[in-house]
Design a protein. Structure first.
Length: 226
């Protein structure tokens, strides 16, 4: 049974160890390096962060490179949110006193919905890792774009989305999410302003044991044309 579900030779414990360290899909050293280098000055907001494994790894990598907590003591490179309703690992089992929680988990904010979480993103890049196969991803992305204070101030523009997951028809997001990148109007702007999304980067992830997933990391940046 285990071979059928997880892959040949993959036991439930191997699978659980992966989930504890990475979540549903894994980051690599190259991914951490790229995201910190690219967004170290503007920050990242992660929505649907689960137990915060990606946020923890990114935060640790950022601090290791910068030897600080950010431009000021109150600034955090990454903010992470989740309503904790769809976790692959139970917080009752992996509570704050367990080794995985101390080694891999992050201080995820639980009070905000996916819509509310991006309202004060303030130009941070949006990170979506393995979102569920329904409307959460498109709703979060639209709220993130609508919350942008403007297109022309690069330091405060919500113009970058990092999506980690499978493509159209896969385990993540829905068709509307992928259609959005093909062309749309921003509801907060004049009809004459068209938004174009450019795929800037594609990177391989650390696949879960058994290698049955098809996810990658995609970095999209929007550009406005009049």
């Amino acid at each position: 049974m285990n071979s059928v579900v997880y892959g040949d030779g993959i036991t439930p414990q191997i699978r659980e160890d992966f989930l504890a360290k990475y979540g549903c899909t894994g980051f690599t050293d190259d991914i951490l390096q790229h995201l910190v280098n690219e967004f170290g000055q503007r920050g990242i907001v992660e929505v649907g962060a689960g137990n915060g494994q990606w946020a923890r790894a990114l935060s640790d990598h950022y601090r290791a490179l910068n030897n600080s907590d950010g431009p000021s003591k109150s600034w955090n490179f990454i903010l992470a949110y989740d309503n904790m309703k769809q976790l692959p690992l139970s917080p009752k089992v992996y509570h704050k006193n367990t080794l995985p929680a101390n080694k891999y988990f992050f201080d995820v904010k639980r009070s905000a919905s996916h819509i509310d979480a991006v309202q004060s993103s303030r130009g941070r890049a949006l990170l979506l890792v393995y979102p569920p196969p329904r409307t959460m991803a498109i709703e979060t992305m639209q709220a993130y774009v609508d919350a942008s204070p403007g297109y022309h101030n690069a330091s405060h523009t919500n113009d970058t989305i990092v999506y980690v997951g499978e493509g159209r028809g896969g385990a993540n997001a829905n068709d509307a999410f992928f259609d959005y990148f093909l062309g749309c109007n921003d509801s907060n702007n004049e009809d004459t302003e068209k938004i174009q999304w450019v795929l800037e980067k594609v990177m391989n992830v650390q696949f879960s044991p058994g290698g049955k997933g098809y996810e990658k990391m995609f970095v999209f940046r929007r550009k406005s044309t009049l």
